[in-house]
Design a protein around this ligand. Structure first.
Ligand code: LLP
Length: 407
C-alpha cells in the first residue's frame, strides 16, 4: 500500500480499506457455503461506509442491520429489501414500523416484550410481520467478555423455553409469521466447538418446532468469525461451514450468515503519523501520534491489540534497526488514549514518520467520535490498482453545523 503517498495527498490520520482483500474475504465465505442455500447478510455495524456496503451489495450480499439508519444505508446502495434483517435488543416503535412498511426479510425478536410491540404495530399497519427469534444458547464462546453474547448473563436473546413460547404465540397470531431462528454467541471467535455446540442446540430446537407444525425457513447463525490481530489461530471458513452444516442434516433451511469483522477488519488500516516523542521519569518512552481514541477506540475501550508498524526513514541517511519499548499514544486528554503499550518500536523515529495500525477496518471508523472537537479522518479505498476517497475528512463547519444556528 502506498501509505506515504496517501499521507502526502490526504494528510494524516486516515483510514484505508483494501477492497481487493474485502472481496477475497467475501468469496471465501461464499465458497465455504456453496452448494447450500445461504444468504450472506453483511453486518453493517462493522463498517457502514456506503461504498463498503455497496461493494458487498454488488457481490450479492444482504444486510444485517441494528437500526433503521443501517437499513437505509443498505437500501441506499441497492440491497433488496428481501435480503435485509433487523436485529438488536432495543428497537424503537418507529423503527419497527418503518421496517414493516418496507417489508424486510425478517425482524429478529430479542424478548417477549418486543414480540408484543411488533405484533401491535403489525396489526395497526394491517400486515403480517415475518419474525425470527434470537435464542441465547448459553454457551461460552471463549472470547473477550465485552464481545461475548451467548451466555445467559448477557442481555442478548431469550432462552430456549421462552423462544418456544414466542414461536407458539406467533404461530397463532394473525399478525406474526415465524420464519427463522437466530443466534450469535460472540465476536472474534477462534474456537469451533462453541459454534458447533450452539448450532446443534438451535437445530434441535428447529426440529422440535417442526413437530409443532412451526416450519422455520431461515437458520441465522450470526457473525463472529475471528480475524488476525495478533497470533490467533483462525478458524478456516470451510471448517466453520462444515461445523454448522453438520448439525443441519434433515432440515431444509437457508443458512443466514452475518459476518462483519471477517469481511472488513483485515484489509483496513488506520494510518497516523508521529508528532513527538517524550521520555517520562527516566525510562518510560512515549510516542505521540496525530490519531487518537476518538478515531479508533478499540484499544482504549477493550484494551484490544492491534499490530502497529512504523514506516520510518523519510529523509534519514541511515536507518538503525535498533528497537526499544514505548507506548504509542494520541493527543486526547485521557490516559486511556493509546494505540499500543510497551511495544518494541524503532529507537530512531522523527516527526512525520508513519504509524500503521493494522486490522482496523472493522469497528474502527464506525465507533469514532468528535471528542475534543476533532474532525473525523477521511476514509480511502484501494480497488483495481487505484486509490479513491470514500468519505472526506470532516471540516470544522461540519462539526458545528447542527449547533451554529442556536448561538
Ligand atoms: N450479528 C450480530 C447479532 C451481532 O451482534 C454482531 C456483532 C454481528 C453479527 C457481527 O459480528 P462480527 O462478525 O463482526 O464479529 N465493537 C466490538 C464488536 C461488537 C460486535 C457486536 N456484534 C469490537 O470492536 O470488537
Amino acid at each position: 500500500m502506498e501509505f506515504r503517498e496517501l499521507a502526502d495527498k490526504y494528510n494524516t490520520p486516515y483510514y484505508l480499506y483494501d477492497f481487493e482483500k474485502y472481496k477475497k474475504q467475501f468469496e471465501k465465505i461464499q465458497e465455504a457455503f456453496r452448494g447450500r442455500k445461504s444468504l450472506i447478510a453483511y453486518a453493517i455495524k462493522s463498517n457502514s461506509n456506503l461504498s463498503v456496503v455497496k461493494l458487498f451489495a454488488d457481490m450479492g450480499a444482504g444486510a444485517d442491520c441494528v437500526s433503521i439508519g443501517e437499513i437505509h444505508r443498505a437500501l441506499k446502495v441497492g440491497i433488496p429489501k428481501y435480503k435485509i434483517i433487523f436485529s438488536g435488543v432495543g428497537k424503537r416503535d418507529e423503527e419497527i414500523r418503518e421496517a414493516l412498511e418496507i417489508g424486510i426479510l425478517f425482524i429478529n425478536l430479542e424478548s417477549k416484550a418486543e414480540m408484543g410491540r411488533v405484533e401491535k404495530i403489525a396489526k395497526e399497519l394491517g400486515v403480517v410481520a415475518r419474525i425470527s427469534v434470537r435464542v441465547n444458547p448459553n454457551i461460552d464462546p471463549q472470547t473477550h467478555p465485552y464481545i461475548s453474547t451467548g451466555l445467559h448473563e448477557n442481555k442478548f436473546g431469550v432462552d430456549i423455553e421462552s423462544a418456544k413460547e414466542i414461536y407458539i404465540h406467533s404461530k397463532n397470531s394473525p399478525h406474526l409469521e415465524p420464519v427463522g431462528v437466530h443466534f450469535h454467541i460472540g465476536s472474534q471467535l477462534t474456537q469451533l466447538d462453541p459454534i458447533r455446540e450452539a448450532s446443534e442446540k438451535i437445530a434441535t430446537l428447529v426440529k422440535h418446532l417442526k413437530v409443532l407444525d412451526i416450519d422455520l425457513k431461515f437458520f441465522d447463525v450470526g457473525g463472529g468469525l475471528g480475524v488476525q490481530y495478533s497470533d490467533e489461530v483462525l478458524i478456516p471458513p470451510y471448517n466453520y461451514a462444515q461445523a454448522i452444516l453438520s448439525t443441519l442434516s434433515g432440515l431444509d433451511v437457508t443458512v443466514v450468515l452475518e459476518p462483519g469483522r471477517y469481511l472488513t477488519a483485515e484489509g483496513g488500516y488506520f494510518v497516523t503519523s508521529v508528532l513527538y516523542e517524550k521520555q517520562n521519569s527516566g525510562d518510560k518512552r512515549f510516542v505521540i501520534v496525530d490519531g487518537a481514541m476518538n478515531d479508533l477506540l478499540r484499544p482504549s475501550l477493550y484494551n484490544a491489540f492491534h499490530r502497529i508498524e512504523f514506516i520510518v526513514g523519510e529523509g534519514k541517511k541511515e536507518i538503525s534497526e535498533k528497537v526499544s519499548k514505548a507506548d504509542i499514544v494520541g493527543p486526547v486528554c485521557e490516559s486511556g488514549d493509546f494505540f499500543g503499550k510497551d511495544r518494541y518500536i524503532p529507537t530512531e523515529i522523527e516527526h512525520g514518520d508513519l504509524v500503521i495500525v493494522h486490522t482496523a477496518g472493522a469497528y474502527g471508523f464506525v465507533m469514532s467520535s468528535n471528542y475534543n472537537s476533532r474532525s473525523r479522518p477521511p476514509e480511502l479505498a484501494f480497488e483495481n490498482g487505484e486509490y479513491r476517497t470514500i468519505r472526506e475528512r470532516e471540516s470544522f463547519e461540519t462539526l458545528i453545523e447542527l449547533e451554529e444556528k442556536f448561538i
